[in-house]
Design a protein around this ligand. Structure first.
Ligand code: ADP
Ligand code: MG
Length: 808
């Protein structure tokens, strides 16, 4: 019945047809399979197509990232991270970088320089079809650990569709576990010292295939502080690599560029023609105030900006440490945090993330937070101390007004700093307005501080160290026109910190009596005798303090954190009149402390008169004292209570009624001392001096705990994180005893660096090359002393991942 009338059998027909069809299909399949290219070849062709578009990149037409010949993986990563349109610096540099050119990129703070180098890094390795077996392909160097973390996080975000491995190589952890994986890491983000350590110590690590070197904050990486380390690193890198340098304050120094052997670099300065060098959305002002008014100013400022996110920059770690404690006690009604180079790594990361998350908070920081950090939604940058130079100023204020956000900045200047500093800023095209403060609107905290200090010896010691450290930082500043230590009103400043008298400093002949050791302190020839003596005094004082701290201090930063978290974070305020002034101080930028023109003038007249008066009396009194007590080269003034304070050479002590240090008070034979110093000068040339200082550092470091911790991350380890697997950070932090010694060591480094130009910038964790090498050796000798976080490698990774993911 299935046979049709014409005799055909449809079923048979179908079977026949099916057979034929299957045959053809198989043939086609086989042919296709024969033709089909391996995946790598498909990718290669894709890459070739992309690269063929490199030459046609038209900056003017590039509005979206997809207008650039970027790999799908990168484009997807950008899209997923909500980056759609390139910023100006990205638009202008990506093309050059893709074509393999060396690039010097300069653009204002917050303008997107990070992606301007991360995108080319990803594309470069993609072009090479790089795999983990190929080892190191790109190296990104950051000046601080925090910035390295941050860059790493951005890389993880935009690079997550690529298969490259990425590692964070910064100080702070166990070197060994890092060593085990570094040779399989394709993209390394690092701080200079730690990288060099691997180059020196890790046998499997080599950079011979490196394709791309990036220096973020290039001018900083290239400056004196990192000079030795960077030179040593560059020696280990192949010359054929591509080099990208980025900063808001770019170096143009031919010397620097020669050091990096750049090949005909493309210089891209996005805002070269811009009227100002700082973001247009940033409002900047400065206030002139006396040193002893600064604390009150800071407190009043914070009290009037409780619903803001503020970063306050200080000159040195000890200022941060003291003011952090003091302000926690003062309970300003807003969380107070502190970030500086003497904190343990765990603490640093914790504070960093805390500040990222908080909506309203004040972060007290040193310049480790000045560069590159992209804290979201910072409203204000307040500079408690005048920055070292205009570039530092630009980077500090650049922590606010990022990308398209607005922000405000306030700089506190001493009368003696105003003229020169404002000039420097103007030269660098920084638009800054002077504003006035009504002294009556300032809340004084002096008495409160005084009572804190009376209650707690440790607090008092911190105040003293803060005082001395600040003076030393001023003294060591290169720009003597801005920074003049002789103009500081020491006694008043001490009082404002809550101290009854200015801390004492061991005096000249005592220091000289220590013979050999003091010879190390010989300064550059061009410095006059008085400056040298001052330095010796300061140092003597610091050493003394270091001892007392290591003996007496059992406390550490952790208790600071408790204070901040438990008391301040609750927004508690002393139930007194603090709140009454609030309205008066909550004012718009231009008139931060609500001062009317008329009041300004009156205030200034008043101040001037006061100054005149005190000058006259000071002069008369000084004359008397000079006759009685001092022989030559001394300048003495009297405080209101009639206490004699020697201003020059600055003794940092009240002379009157304080005779327990009898050789301090009077009768130094300066001429004799001079002669002796001269003789010593002849014996020791500069090289010797350097050697001695280094030796001293080594000694100190031998006694110091190893605080290097390694953080290592591979791109793949994107797992979930269970915080309960972590040990108690409190316990970890408590393992850090002898904090004081560490601190002193770093301070010494800073002090000597300025004069030797051979040490790195104090508080970034990087030390000089030789120091690092010594440290490693020491580590080998005393393996037991390695300070580890106590975590396994996997836990470490998780910890870092968690900390990073908690950022936004
Ligand atoms: P810089 O290094 O120039 O100071 P960053 O690279 O830190 O600036 O970027 C500043 C901010 O701008 C960051 O928060 C970043 O996420 C954001 N940003 C950068 N590029 C873009 C872009 N193309 N689109 C949107 N936001 C961007
Ligand atoms: Mg940056």
């Amino acid at each position: 019945s299935r046979v049709k009338e014409d005799g055909t059998d449809p079923v048979k027909n179908f079977e026949k047809w099916k057979k034929k069809y299957n045959k053809t299909k198989t043939r086609v399949k086989i042919e296709r399979a024969k033709k089909k290219k391996p995946e790598w070849q498909v990718e290669k062709e894709y890459i070739e197509r992309l690269m063929s578009r490199y030459e046609e990149i038209n900056i003017k037409d590039a509005v979206k990232f997809s207008d650039f010949p970027l790999s799908k993986k990168t484009l997807l990563g950008l899209q997923e991270a909500q980056y759609r349109q390139p910023t100006e610096i990205q638009r202008q540099t990506i093309g050059f970088a893709l074509r393999g050119r060396d690039v010097l990129g300069a653009a204002k703070t917050g303008s997107g320089k990070t992606l301007a180098f991360l995108i080319p890094v990803l594309e470069c390795l993609f072009r090479q079809q790089w795999t983990s077996m190929d080892g190191l392909g790109a190296l990104i160097i950051s000046p601080t650990r925090e910035l390295a973390y941050q860059t790493f996080e951005v890389l993880r975000k935009v690079g997550k569709n690529h298969e490259f491995s990425a590692g964070l190589i910064i100080g702070g952890k166990d070197l060994k576990s890092e060593s085990e994986r570094i040779h399989q890491t394709n993209i390394v983000i690092c701080t200079p010292g730690r990288l060099l350590q691997h180059m020196d110590e890790t046998a499997t690590f080599h950079a011979s295939d490196l394709h791309m070197l990036v220096l973020d904050e290039a001018d900083r990486i290239l400056d004196m502080g990192f000079a030795d380390t960077l030179n040593a690193i560059v020696e280990n890198l192949p010359k054929t690599r591509q080099t990208l340098l980025f900063s808001a304050t770019q170096t143009k120094s031919v010397k620097d560029l020669a050091r990096l052997s750049l090949k005909d670099p493309e210089y891209v300065w996005v805002h070269e023609k811009a009227k100002f060098s700082t973001p247009a959305t940033l409002e900047q002002s400065y206030v002139v105030c006396e040193l002893h008014q600064k604390v009150n100013m800071l407190f009043s400022f914070i009290r009037s900006h409780l619903k803001k996110k503020i970063i306050v920059f200080f000159a040195c770690c000890k200022e941060v440490q003291y003011f952090f404690r003091a302000f926690c006690r003062l309970r300003p009604g807003i969380p107070v945090l502190a970030l500086h180079g003497k904190q343990q790594q765990m603490k640093r990361v914790e504070v960093y993330n805390d500040f990222v998350k908080k909506q309203h908070a004040v972060l007290f920081a040193t310049d480790i937070a000045a560069r590159g950090l992209d804290f979201p939604a910072v409203n204000w940058v307040l500079q408690f101390n005048c920055p070292e130079d205009a570039d530092t100023y630009i980077h500090r204020v650049g922590r606010t007004a990022r990308y398209k956000d607005g922000g405000e900045a306030l700089l506190l200047l001493l009368p003696s700093e105003e003229k020169s500093m404002v000039q420097l800023l103007q030269d660098k095209k920084v638009p800054i307005n002077k504003i006035q403060v009504n002294p009556e609107k300032l809340q004084s905290v002096e008495q409160k501080l005084e009572s804190f200090l009376a209650q707690e010896k440790e607090m008092k010691e911190r105040a003293q160290r803060c005082f001395v450290s600040y003076l030393r930082s001023v003294y060591l500043m290169k720009n003597k026109q801005v920074f003049d230590v002789s103009k500081l009103q020491l006694h008043e400043y001490a009082l404002s910190l809550g101290l009854a008298v200015a801390p004492r400093v061991r005096f000249l002949n005592k220091t000289l009596g220590q013979s050999k050791e003091t010879q190390v302190q010989r300064s550059d020839e061009e410095e006059d005798e008085e400056l040298r003596r001052f330095k010796q005094q300061l140092k003597g004082d610091v050493e003394e303090n270091a001892k007392s701290e290591s003996e007496s201090s059992t406390d550490n930063e952790e208790s600071d954190a408790d204070l901040a978290n438990n008391k301040i974070a609750l927004g508690e305020v002393d139930g007194d009149d603090d709140l009454r002034d609030l309205d008066l101080l909550t004012l718009k930028c231009k008139d931060v402390f609500n001062l009317k023109e008329r009041q300004e003038e009156e205030y200034h007249k008043e101040v001037k008169e006061k100054k005149k008066q005190s000058k006259e009396t000071k002069y008369k009194e000084a004359k008397k004292v000079l006759k009685r007590n001092f022989q030559v080269n001394t300048k003495v003034t009297f405080s209101e209570e009639g206490e004699a304070v020697q201003l020059w050479p600055p003794v940092l002590r009240a002379v009157a009624g304080n005779d327990d240090d009898d050789d301090d008070a009077s009768g130094i034979n300066v001429e004799k001392a001079k002669e002796r110093l001269k003789m010593e000068d002849q014996e020791f040339d500069k090289e010797e001096y350097r050697r001695k200082v280094k030796e001293k550092h080594r000694e100190r470091q031998l006694g110091e705990k190893l605080d290097e911790v390694v953080a290592y991350l591979a791109n793949e380890s994107d797992n979930e994180f269970d915080p309960s697997t972590l040990p108690d950070p409190d316990k970890l932090d408590n393992s850090e005893s002898g904090e004081g010694e560490d601190e002193e060591e770093e301070d010494m480094t800073k002090a000597e660096k300025r004069h030797l130009n051979s040490e790195s910038e104090s508080e970034e964790e990087e030390k000089s090359v030789s120091t690092k090498r010594l440290k490693v050796k020491q580590q080998a000798e005393e393996e037991d002393t390695v300070l580890d976080t106590g975590l396994s490698l996997a836990e470490d990774e998780e910890l870092v991942l968690q900390l990073l993911s908690g950022r936004r």
